[in-house]
Write a protein of this length. Structure first.
Length: 281
C-alpha cells in the first residue's frame, strides 16, 4: 500500500506529509442423416430432401456467428479495481472530520468518526474525488492510480483559515479562483529543492518556511527543513497542468502511480490537491 499525508500549519499555515508505502457453443453440427428409406418409388422426394438440408446448414452457421461474438469480451474488459482510503482533518485544530461528504462523481460515502472514507478506483487510470463539508472549502484530490491500494491523509481548510492565509499576502480571496497545493515527497519524507510550476495564471505562490515568522515565504521551490508544498493562491479556473523540476538525482511521478504529468481542474472556491512521489535514480 502507498500512503501520503497532508497537514497544513504556518503562523497561518503549515503543510506536512508522509511518503509512499497494490461457447462459442460449437454448434453441434449434427449432420442431417438421410435415410434411403424414403422409398425407392419417388425420385422427386429425394430432390426435395436435398433442399431442406441446405436450409438447415445456413441456420447453423448464423447461430454460431452470433454466439461466438457475444461471449468472452465482457469478462476480458472488466476493469481492475483498487481501494483508496482518504482521511480528513480540520485546519487549524487537526481534529478528524466526521460526516464529510466524499464522492468520485459516481459513488458517494461519508467519513467515519476518524475522518476516514474509502472508494474503489480503476487501476492504471487517473482519479478525481471531492470532499465537502459546511464551512470548509470544497476539497479536490487528483491522482493517478497504479496496481496497489493506497491511502491519502489531508486537511480541509475552513473558509476563515483560507481568508487568513490570503490576507497575510495582502490579497483578497477570489471566489472565481482556487488554492492549488502541490506536494513533493520522497521515501524519506518531504523533498527539498523541488521546483513546481503550473500553466495557469495565479496571484502568488508560497512555500512553507520554518524560518519565517509567518511560517511561509514567497516562492515555488520546496525548502530544507519545511513541508514540501508549493501553494498557488487565486489560481484561475480551468485546466491546470503542474510540472516539476526535482533536485539532481531524483525522478518524480504523480502519486500514487507512475505518470509523469496529470492535468487537473481549478474550480472557483476550491482547495485543489495533487502530490508527486519522488525516488532516487
Amino acid at each position: 500500500m502507498r500512503t501520503t499525508m497532508l497537514i497544513l500549519v504556518t503562523g497561518l499555515v503549515t503543510l506536512t506529509g508522509c511518503n509512499k508505502d497494490e461457447d462459442d457453443t460449437a454448434a453441434d453440427d449434427t449432420a442431417t442423416t438421410e435415410s434411403d428409406t424414403d422409398t425407392d418409388t419417388d425420385s422427386d422426394t429425394d430432390s426435395d430432401t436435398d433442399t431442406d438440408t441446405d436450409t438447415d446448414t445456413d441456420t447453423d452457421t448464423d447461430t454460431d456467428t452470433d454466439t461466438d461474438t457475444d461471449t468472452g469480451d465482457t469478462d476480458d474488459t472488466a476493469p481492475e479495481l483498487r481501494t483508496g482510503s482518504f482521511s480528513f482533518a480540520d485546519y487549524p485544530t487537526g481534529a478528524a472530520l466526521e460526516g464529510v461528504n466524499f464522492t468520485d462523481g459516481v459513488t458517494t460515502t461519508t467519513t467515519d468518526s476518524k475522518g476516514v472514507a474509502s472508494l474503489e478506483f480503476e487501476a492504471w487510470a487517473p482519479f478525481e474525488v471531492i470532499a465537502t463539508q459546511p464551512g470548509y472549502l470544497d476539497t479536490y484530490w487528483y491522482g493517478y492510480n497504479d496496481e496497489e491500494d493506497f491511502s491519502i491523509g489531508a486537511i480541509m481548510i475552513s473558509e476563515v483559515a483560507s481568508g487568513q492565509i490570503i490576507g497575510a499576502l495582502g490579497l483578497s480571496p477570489d471566489p472565481e479562483a482556487s488554492i492549488v497545493v502541490i506536494s513533493v515527497f520522497s521515501d524519506s519524507g518531504f523533498l527539498p529543492g523541488a521546483t513546481v510550476s503550473i500553466d495557469a495564471a495565479y496571484d502568488a505562490s508560497i512555500v512553507p518556511d520554518s524560518e519565517s515568522p509567518l511560517g511561509f515565504s514567497p516562492g515555488a521551490t520546496t525548502l530544507e527543513g519545511a513541508s514540501g508544498w508549493v501553494i498557488f493562491i487565486n489560481t484561475e479556473a480551468g485546466s491546470v497542468t503542474p510540472s516539476i523540476t526535482p533536485p539532481d538525482g531524483y525522478t518524480c511521478t504523480v502519486f500514487p502511480g507512475d505518470e509523469d504529468a496529470l492535468t487537473i481542474t481549478s474550480v472557483g472556491g476550491g482547495f485543489i490537491n495533487m502530490s508527486y512521489g519522488c525516488s532516487a535514480k
